[in-house]
Design a protein around this ligand. Structure first.
Ligand code: C2E
Ligand code: CA
Ligand code: CA
Length: 714
């Protein structure tokens, strides 16, 4: 239907006439004929007829007589209203009492027109049709508004995201249940709080709110979202993503803030990242991540000018294990290799499994390439130890290729390729060895390999000697003991000082059997000097890190004392600060065991390492040896004077005996005497002496008569 007011053409309407009298009906229709209405009609006069006609709607108006033989106006109204709430219902009647008219209007009739006054009818119909149209659209509008509100309510209440409405300025006016849940607060507690208070403060958060609240609408450049943390009750932090926008609410500006918990997303992102960057079996970074880390490390190394070494480690004959014992056993071995690599390389070194039986390690900040050599040696030794599988022992070895930065290349790809080439060369050389990419390096390795072979032979051939350096009381010069210092009398190379071969002995583990030899000889010698009259003469033996942590140390010491008959307090073991500090708990346990045996314990080279006073109290030590480097410039250098003085004073207060090393001048000795240092050793008293010369020294100093030793090296 079109609007009757605006239509130029007559408006076609469908009217339903409820009228028993045909001529009355004709009159009604005639009264409408003069208007702009073009009426199509149906006439009914019973309830059934009306119901049926209503079913053939839509109708624009119902014109209803009030009294009919089988029917009346009020009943008709009821039937119409149950069909349509807005259809205009106009009573057209000859005789209607005022009461009936009021009742009809109350029940929803729109108007009544007397049959005597039908001229009015056209205008009434037009008006009522317009009103009905407005009622209808209002009803639709209100229905849709209610629906919208209900919909919004349910969205806001059931949303998984937190939603808040805040003032421009950030004060919370509304918080939905999800937000309350995320924070662990009731909605009422949140109202009135600044939203920023619920979030972890950081600069990007402040900038976000600032641009949300302060920028003008025209240049709103608020970022699309903000990632931060929601602070819940008891400080629990939830990672969230925030989307906020400004809205007009009842005429005033507000911002709606949507807070999304992204912990799961981050978790799964992290999981995906882990999957893509780590090897499942070993838990080590995979080739991809290793490469990225290598690239980064090369940039850092370039800046800090510190060299870096790349080791490519390939297991030899691993396929054999896989083929004969199965893949589970193979996996087990790879995990064991991983654990050993982790253990034998430093914490800052990065290890990776490239796949299969191929591993890589990146060693940063190497002081010099010898560190790479040391690392490779350690890896070979670690892989070399037997593997227990199903109760049986198996052996593996590795071939290692090494490339270095800046020596070989500054580029990750080239370094990896160089290391690989070197690794194949190691395989060609008979496996179980390492090769540097650069030939000069290999030449030096070769020396090491030769030296190691020599060192092994030295143990078999007994090429070691011990020199003894006397220790005396500072004031009186009374002789109290000697430090045993190792020498290697190599048939071709002559007498070798310990710093030339001890590092290699340490690397290869040969220091353990060598150390045993030293201790044995030193105890025999001390016992012998005691037997010749030097009661309480003490011998000090140096322990290397490897010796210190090897599990048989305490048993070895006990056996050597038993075998030589030396009383435990006549043996002093020297260890360094760094050995203790590397693993203080383990060191404390070892030291307590040694203490239980009864031997004396000394901290060697004191002052060069951590020099933490705290640990001296914690560890059962008897002696501190002040390092030669401090004594050297005493009494000229004020700093060294201060340090030496402090160490002596501290030793006293802890009831430790202090020994000064490297005393070469009378001035140094005098200084030590004034400050109360207990013992000293150094060239001023004597250089380290071979056994024979030591005998002579003791005879002269203490008037002993010592027969010449027969055995050449004893
Ligand atoms: P250290 O324990 O600090 O030994 C003292 C070193 O200072 C010895 O060097 C000794 O010859 C030297 N020295 C002694 N008095 C003076 C002096 O007045 N002036 C100067 N300039 N030097 C003096 P050496 O014998 O070459 O030993 C070097 C290091 O080798 C020792 O340092 C010790 O750490 C290690 N070492 C020696 N023997 C053994 C051993 O049997 N086992 C282990 N694990 N390490 C040993
Ligand atoms: Ca020493
Ligand atoms: Ca020392």
């Amino acid at each position: 239907m079109t609007n009757p007011h605006t239509a130029e053409e007559p408006t076609r309407i469908r009217a339903l006439l409820v009228e028993d009298n045909e001529s009355d009906a004709a009159l009604v229709l005639a009264s409408l004929r003069g208007t702009r209405l073009d009426v199509e009609h149906t006439r009914v006069w019973s309830r059934a007829g009306l119901s049926e006609a209503l079913g053939h709607g839509p109708w624009d108006v119902v014109l209803c007589d009030h009294s009919m033989p089988q029917f009346d106006g009020l009943s008709a109204l009821y039937v119409v209203r149950s069909y349509d709430a807005d259809l205009p219902f106009i009573i057209v009647s000859g005789a209607i009492g005022e009461e009936t008219a009021v009742a009809a209007m109350r029940n929803g009739a729109q108007d009544f027109v007397m049959k005597q006054n039908l001229r009015r009818l056209g205008a009434v119909v037009v008006r009522e049709m317009e009103e009905a149209r407005m009622r209808r659209s209002a009803r639709v509008a209100s229905r849709s508004l209610q629906a919208k509100e209900a919909l919004l309510d349910s969205i806001v209440n059931t949303a998984a995201d937190g939603i808040a409405v805040v003032t421009i300025g950030g004060i919370i006016e509304f918080a939905n249940p999800a937000l309350c849940r995320m924070i662990g607060w009731e909605a009422e507690e949140l109202y009135g709080l600044p939203i920023e208070q619920l979030l972890q403060a950081n600069t990007s958060a402040s900038a976000y709110w600032e641009s949300l609240f302060c920028s003008s609408d025209s240049d709103d450049n608020t970022p699309a979202s903000l990632q931060t943390h929601l602070r819940g009750r008891e400080g629990k932090l939830t990672p969230v993503e925030i989307h906020a926008g400004r809205t007009l609410l009842n005429g005033s500006r507000r911002a709606t803030v949507v807070v999304r918990d992204i912990s799961e997303r981050l978790n799964s992102q992290e999981q995906m990242w882990r999957l893509a960057h780590f090897d499942d079996l070993s838990g080590l970074p995979n080739r991809l991540l290793f490469r990225q880390l290598l690239e980064q490390a090369l940039i850092d190394a370039g800046r800090s000018r510190k060299p870096l070494a790349l080791l490519l480690i390939d297991l030899d004959r691993f396929k054999l294990i896989n083929d004969t014992l199965g893949h589970d056993a193979g996996d087990e071995v790879l995990r064991e290799v991983t654990a050993r690599l982790r253990q034998c390389l430093g914490e800052t070194d990065i290890i990776s499994r490239f796949g299969g039986d191929e591993f890589a390690a990146m060693i940063r900040d190497i002081g010099d390439v010898d560190a790479a050599r040391t690392a490779a040696t350690r890896v070979l030794a670690a892989v070399d130890k037997p593997y227990r599988i199903n109760g049986d022992e198996y052996h593996l070895s590795a071939s290692i290729g090494i490339s270095t930065f800046p020596g070989d290349s500054a580029d990750a790809t080239a370094l990896l390729r160089n290391a690989e080439l070197a690794m194949y060369r190691a395989k060609d050389q008979g496996k179980n060895n390492f090769q540097f990419h650069s030939p000069q390096m290999n030449a030096r390795s070769f020396e090491y390999v030769v030296l190691e072979r020599f060192l092994r032979r030295a143990i078999e051939q007994d090429e070691f000697l011990i020199h003894y350096q006397p220790q005396v009381e500072v004031g009186s010069g009374r002789l109290t003991g000697a430090e045993a210092l190792l020498r290697w009398n190599h048939p071709g190379m002559g007498m070798m000082q310990p710093d030339k071969f001890i590092p290699l002995a340490e690397e290869t583990g040969l220091i353990v059997p060598i150390g045993r030899i030293v201790m044995m000889r030193a105890c025999i010698a001390a016992r012998r000097w005691q037997d010749f009259g030097l009661a309480g003469f003490r011998v000090a033996v140096n322990l290397s890190p490897r010796q210190f942590v090897q599990s048989e140390l305490v048993a070895d010491v006990r056996h050597i004392l038993e075998d030589t008959g030396l009383s435990p307090e006549s043996l002093e073991l020297e260890i360094t600060e760094s050995m203790v500090m590397e693993n203080p708990d383990r060191a404390a346990a070892i030291l307590h065991e040694l203490r239980a045996v009864g031997v004396k314990l000394a901290i060697d080279d004191f002052g060069t390492g951590y020099s933490s006073l705290g640990y001296l109290k914690r560890f059962p030590v008897d002696t501190i040896k002040i390092d030669r480097s401090f004594i050297k410039d005493v009494p000229a250098d004020a700093d060294d004077v201060a340090i030496t003085h402090a160490v002596i004073a501290m030793g006293r207060s802890l009831r430790l005996s202090t020994v000064a090393e490297g005393v070469e001048t009378a001035a140094q000795a005098e200084f030590l005497a004034t400050h109360g240092c207990d013992l000293m050793q150094g060239y001023l008293i004597s250089r380290p002496l071979p056994l024979d010369d030591m005998d002579t020294f003791l005879s002269q100093k203490c008037g002993l008569v010592i027969p010449k030793v027969k055995v050449s090296h004893a």
